[in-house]
Design a protein around this ligand. Structure first.
Ligand SMILES: CC(C)(COP(=O)(O)OP(=O)(O)OC[C@H]1O[C@@H](n2cnc3c(N)ncnc32)[C@H](O)[C@@H]1OP(=O)(O)O)[C@@H](O)C(=O)NCCC(=O)NCCS
Length: 220
């Protein structure tokens, strides 16, 4: 009886999501909080959680990822098992356990009736066209620049400049995707803000950055 109720609730949640964001695709088990938003043509694969998160158009998030308190730009590819917005506990108190400092946490028993410390979670920013590899973790408040790549398994504790590839624990830059000149011109072009019709027309030029830039920089 209980498993059946759970299945029914999950089916209702999925239907509500599909009604709320009719141009996007949702797989079973995905949860999107009321204060989150999903852009058009985005995909949430199975068991993805969005909590106070805005996901840009044409972005997708693979299974089991959890995105908290974050702005995600358009055209982002987020692999499975990715955690964005890792929170911090205060470390200057005797104990880091919330049972001593915040009775509003979702825990069954406290040693305080107050919220003695408010843990402010800074907002994380993931700009347009970012690719985040499997099982990467991004600390709360990080800014990941346009076109950057986060390698699988990385733990990102510092901002990532645009078009930079970072890997490892802690994540460190290994290289940029293009020359300095191309990175600068791609950033200036803001191609990800062009209309769908224009992107459709330009799509075949995306294979060669120089050719796309020549088209974008041509006076109208
Ligand atoms: C980071 C990544 C994009 C490769 O970038 P790259 O610049 O082409 O890297 P290379 O393969 O040339 O490797 C460069 C160096 O980084 C290391 N490296 C590559 N990926 C790494 C990773 N995820 N973590 C740690 N080190 C990594 C390589 O071992 C190599 O080290 P070396 O120079 O000491 O030999 C890729 O390895 C990766 O992590 N992709 C994510 C895949 C994924 O999660 N897909 C999910 C589906 S969306």
């Amino acid at each position: 009886m209980i498993p059946l109720l759970g299945t029914l609730k999950a089916a209702v949640r999925l239907r509500q999501l599909r009604r709320r964001f009719p141009l996007s695709v949702f797989h079973p088990g995905s949860v999107v909080s009321q204060d989150s938003n999903v852009g058009n043509y985005s995909v949430l694969f199975a068991n993805v959680g969005l909590e106070s998160a805005n996901l840009g158009a044409y972005s997708y998030v693979q299974s089991g990822s959890l995105l908290t308190n974050v702005e995600v730009g358009p055209f982002c590819s987020i692999a499975g098992g990715v955690i964005v917005g890792l929170a911090s506990h205060p470390m200057h108190l005797v104990s880091t356990s919330p049972v001593f400092y915040d009775c509003e946490q979702p825990l069954p028993r406290f040693f305080t009736r107050e919220r003695l410390v408010t843990t402010h979670l800074p907002r994380t920013i993931i700009n347009a066209d970012v690719w985040i590899g499997q099982n990467a973790m991004i600390k709360a408040g990080i800014n990941i620049g346009v076109g950057a790549v986060v390698g699988a398994g990385a733990i990102v504790t510092r901002d990532v400049p645009p078009y930079t590839i970072v890997t490892g624990i802690p994540a460190r830059p290994t290289r940029t995707r293009f020359s300095q000149d191309i990175c600068r011109r791609l950033l200036e072009s803001r191609w990800w803000e062009r209309s769908d019709a224009e992107l459709e027309r330009l799509a075949e030029l995306f294979a060669v950055p120089d050719r796309l830039l020549a088209a974008l920089e041509r006076p109208k």
